[in-house]
Design a protein around this ligand. Structure first.
Ligand SMILES: [Zn+2]
Length: 415
């Protein structure tokens, strides 16, 4: 592969490339699989400091604790948490993320660490009339069409029950107007299904408090979004609790689906209908979600969890979900996910014991411990298995944030 100025200029057989470009510096990886930089299509890097602070538990009780923990964090803490998450992504071979962003620091810190991706600004829990002021305060770019090739913006109203119907429509319209993406957590829990079907259950209080104008639509979460007109080009995250009627609607409208099976298990939400989604022709990305509901940001561990739930899914398809399909779901397949000429020079290199069936071997054994090298935007971030950046410095920054969040959660749990 020939790389120049941070992009892929050509791909060819090693001998032919060597002969054609005898004077260019050469990097070889014998016994390794060289892949496009992996795409972790759903992350909240700002929550990295919460790792291990919230044990596995039912979704609704977990969700109530998140604002308690995050309110204890200042902007420096959040930036430190994002930096640690970005380092852990890189150390797992990920160069592209679908990040739920809290503000410009999400983009800036992730970009510093070499991550590209789509950054969905989160806007929830407000009346629609306050959207303009909120996005102004969060420094949402006025013209997202002009974001960089590597970092692009979008918007996320969180869920169908933490943003009211008018806010859902307004955030969707804004994303369409400004050329950004639109991501939403949808059909994640049984509690969400119950709330939308009958207006009851453990999420009722939250919806009353946050989702201005919300009335139970007596339908599924996917149908609700479709009826509001906001499923068009949406990135539908989770899709754990789908009815058969939902899948054609997603196929017709959504840009794609992101599956996060380990987060779903952590929060007792069950498993998505993986086989049926995979057969539907919808692009599917894989996401780790945050470390508030997962044990690592390692995308191959996520892939193995997916494979265990859908053993008939081929290793090749799962690897595609981690690369090309993930990039498509984020609307960034013009820059990432394949080795086509003109794509970003993003590579992840994993050591393999055997290379006869690289897809199977990758799915079985690849993870952060088998990572040999990572290149993002033409810059080596990992080489010979070692990071080229100071990891301990990044870890120390996040420890204070973890302590503050932990104290706030302890207060909450005091009788
Ligand atoms: Zn999420």
């Amino acid at each position: 592969m020939l790389l120049r100025s941070g992009v892929i200029e050509g791909v060819g057989h090693a001998d032919a490339m060597r002969e054609r470009y005898p004077n260019l510096p050469l990097q070889e990886f014998p016994g390794c699989a060289v892949m496009p930089g992996l795409v972790n299509a759903h992350t909240h890097l700002s929550l990295t400091c919460l790792k291990g602070l919230m044990p596995p538990q039912p979704f609704a009780s977990w969700l109530r604790q998140i604002p308690v923990a995050t309110r204890a964090l200042g902007r420096d803490d959040i930036a430190a948490s994002i930096a640690l998450g970005a380092a852990q992504c890189t150390q797992a071979g990920v160069t592209v993320i679908g990040e739920i962003a809290l503000g410009p620091e999400s983009v800036a810190v992730a970009a510093d660490a070499g991550l590209g991706g789509r950054f969905f600004w989160e806007a929830l829990g407000i009346p629609v009339g306050r959207l303009g002021a909120l996005l102004h305060d969060l420094e949402y770019p006025a013209e997202t069409r002009n974001c960089t090739i590597r970092q692009r913006c979008g918007i996320s109203p969180h869920t169908p029950y933490t943003s009211g119907p008018e806010l859902l429509k307004a955030t969707h319209a804004l994303a369409a107007q400004r050329g950004g993406g639109f991501a939403i957590h949808v059909a994640e829990s049984e509690a969400e299904t119950e709330l939308l079907r009958s207006g009851t259950g453990p999420l009722t209080d939250l919806a009353t408090r946050l989702a201005d104008g919300f009335v139970a639509p007596k339908t599924t979460p996917v149908s609700y979004l479709d009826d509001l007109g906001v499923l068009q080009d949406a990135v539908a995250v989770h899709c754990t609790r789908l009815l058969p009627v939902d899948i054609p609607k997603l196929k017709k409208r959504a840009r794609g689906v992101v599956l996060c099976p380990r987060s779903n298990a952590y929060l007792e939400n069950g498993a998505p209908p993986i086989a049926r989604l995979a057969e539907s022709g919808l692009p599917i990305g894989l996401g780790t979600d945050s470390l508030a509901s997962n044990t690592s940001l390692d995308l191959f561990e996520e892939a193995r969890a997916l494979s265990a739930l859908a053993p008939k899914l081929s290793a090749e398809r799962i690897v595609r979900m981690m690369t090309m399909e993930g990039a498509t779901v984020l609307g960034m397949d013009d820059a990432f996910g394949t080795f086509d000429r003109g794509r970003q020079a993003d590579l992840s290199v994993f050591r393999l014991e055997r290379t006869e069936d690289p897809y199977d071997e990758l799915l079985r054994h690849a993870d952060r411990h088998a990572l040999e090298a990572v290149l993002s935007g033409g810059i080596w971030r990992i080489l010979h298995g070692q990071p080229t950046f100071p990891v301990s410095f990044v870890e120390r920054g996040s420890q204070l944030a973890a302590m503050k969040a932990s104290l706030a959660l302890d207060d909450l749990r005091m009788p």
